[in-house]
Design a binder for this molecule. Sequence first.
Ligand SMILES: [Zn+2]
Length: 268
Amino acid sequence: MNARRFCRAVLLTLTLNVVGLLVLSAAQEAHPPHWAYEGKEGPKEWGNLDSSYAVCSVGKTQSPIDIKGAKKTDLPALNFSYHTIPLDIIDNGHTIQVNYAPGSMLTVGGKLYTLQQFHFHNPSEEHVNGKDFPLVAHLVHADAEGHLAVIAVLFELGNANPLIDTLWKNIPAVKEKPHDIPSISIQAQDLLPNERSYFTYAGSLTTPPCSEGVSWYVLSSHSTISPQQLAAFAKIYPMNARPIQPTNGREILLSKRGFDIPAKASRQ
Ligand SMILES: [Zn+2]
């Protein structure tokens, strides 16, 4: 290496180090403030914990809500085209979450969303006519511009759900550490009931930063979990649901047509 090349190499190394440090400090600064479901960092305080969480307090279209007075409307069907993927599961300190590999789609009324992840709340965050459910799964999708659409699947007590069995058996022992298990394949459609009618309304994320502009699709039919499955989740998360938020006159629609899908017919 000649002197000029050596200088260039040193400069490059220094530059990379500086860039690396900048990225690192930005990541540390960007680490979101801690929040919880109870106590001083509980839902009533979320908006005060950080300026980036302000909309949790001042937002007018927050989730979850009590779904009542829905207007029956001719709405498009929800079309699921989910792939079977290797399991990637994390206990993120607020819930058990499964991260979904790219390429699994939800289409609704010509809008195309990709499934990003799904996770659970105990009890269900959303109520229907004043009633909550033991558990809800939120399947979070994003379109190409980053608009979010969340499918909520409400669970009643009944038969065990085989996918949930697989998930609960593979919950990582350490929090906030993703666990890739290539030998186990999962299919998110196994959470869905066969009938896919839905309530829809405009809401928000139900965790800080509570960002608004989220399209919610709450399935009006329910899936089931066994009491043992619920108890296993409750052992880790006895309560991870945000309280009901004011509707503030928002319109809630209910799809008029039934969307009965024979079991496994829509699988890929
Ligand atoms: Zn959620």
